[in-house]
Design a protein around this ligand. Structure first.
Ligand code: NAD
Length: 298
């Protein structure tokens, strides 16, 4: 018999991921603090609940996809959180991007009550979530990873066991370094070319055909040069991830000079009120500095 699945956090990513689980026939129990987000999944056949405790009581496996470490702490360990309906045999998979230390703390606390936990953050953006093509990086016991692989398979394409508790979040931090620097690199290239008078559409066409090609440019470049910055992935979330990265680097005594610059550029996005725009909007900061907009001419 298929496991009953609980899904907490039905935003840009969670709504697609939960939708796929429904589509393949899982009994799905859902909760989100946002009523519209909850209603969208109920319309597709999920059972709505009043909170995390109720979702947990109705489920064999609980998945969460919420914004940040304090949200996961509340969902998992809060007064009405998963912990309040915890029991031996329950499985909890947090797929949000959070601090590795919080993933370890949640796993330890719930582990005391017999709950087995995985951290399983994702990469691939909303497109990856919508197409069930996410890259999922998993930390926790390998036997548990194998046990829940059929569930993760419904949401992702490349699913990798990265190590013990927290290892999924460490790999996600590495991922976010690479993505942030790709966005900053694309921004500087487009702004330099635009100020010199070259059509940014030409720059994207040429760079995409050679060694400078990146997924970031393939997916977001054409939107950026039209001035389209609807999220996608909100800048405030990438700033949150860069905070996690810099804290982790300080703890491990690893200098990250280029990431530190990206961190400051994303701080400028928050300070200038751009936190809810897509992270590709970091180009706006470079545009402001250079006093030019990198928009396609055609
Ligand atoms: P989102 O803001 O669109 O969705 C988060 C949802 O969680 C919202 O619907 C919100 O109402 C709900 N929520 C918040 N606190 C809650 C609580 N205590 N209980 C129940 N529901 C709660 O965010 P998103 O873009 O879906 O991102 C979710 C996570 O996935 C973040 O950690 C983000 O960094 C990560 N992520 C996002 C993307 C992306 O492209 N959007 C890609 C990879 C990873």
């Amino acid at each position: 018999m298929k496991a009953k699945i609980g899904f907490i956090g039905l935003g840009i990513m969670g709504r697609h991921m939960a939708g796929h689980l429904l589509n393949v026939g899982y009994e799905l129990h859902v909760y989100d603090v946002s009523q519209p987000a909850l209603a969208a999944l109920v319309e597709k056949g999920a059972a709505a609940h009043a909170g995390c405790k109720e979702v947990t009581a109705a489920s064999d496996v609980v998945i969460s996809m919420v914004p940040d470490s304090p949200d996961v702490e509340k969902v998992a360990l809060g007064a009405d959180g998963i912990i309040s309906a915890a029991r031996p045999g329950l499985i909890y998979i947090d797929m949000s991007t959070i601090a590795p230390g919080m993933a370890v703390k949640v796993s330890k606390e719930l582990g005391k009550l017999g709950v087995r936990c995985l951290d399983a953050p994702v990469s691939g953006g909303e497109t990856g979530a919508a197409n069930a093509a996410l890259s999922i990086m998993v930390g926790g016991p390998e036997d548990l990873f194998r046990e829940v692989l059929p569930i993760l398979d419904v949401m992702g394409k490349t699913i990798t066991h990265c190590g013990g508790s927290g290892a999924g979040q460490i790999v996600k931090a590495c991922n976010q370094i690479q993505v942030a620097l790709n966005f900053v690199g694309m921004a500087e290239a487009l702004v330099l070319g635009a100020k010199a008078g070259v059509d940014p559409a030409v720059i994207i066409k040429v760079l995409s055909a050679g060694y400078a090609q990146t997924r970031v440019m393939d997916v977001r470049g054409p939107k950026v040069i039209k001035g389209e910055f609807e999220p996608g992935f909100k800048s405030k979330f990438h700033y949150k991830d860069l905070n996690i990265i810099m804290e982790t680097a300080r703890r491990l005594n690893v200098p990250l000079p280029a990431t530190a610059v990206a961190h400051e550029l994303f701080a400028a996005m928050i300070a200038s009120g751009r936190g809810d725009l897509d992270h590709s909007a970091v180009i706006n900061i470079i545009e402001d500095l250079a006093k030019v907009e990198a928009r396609a001419k055609g």
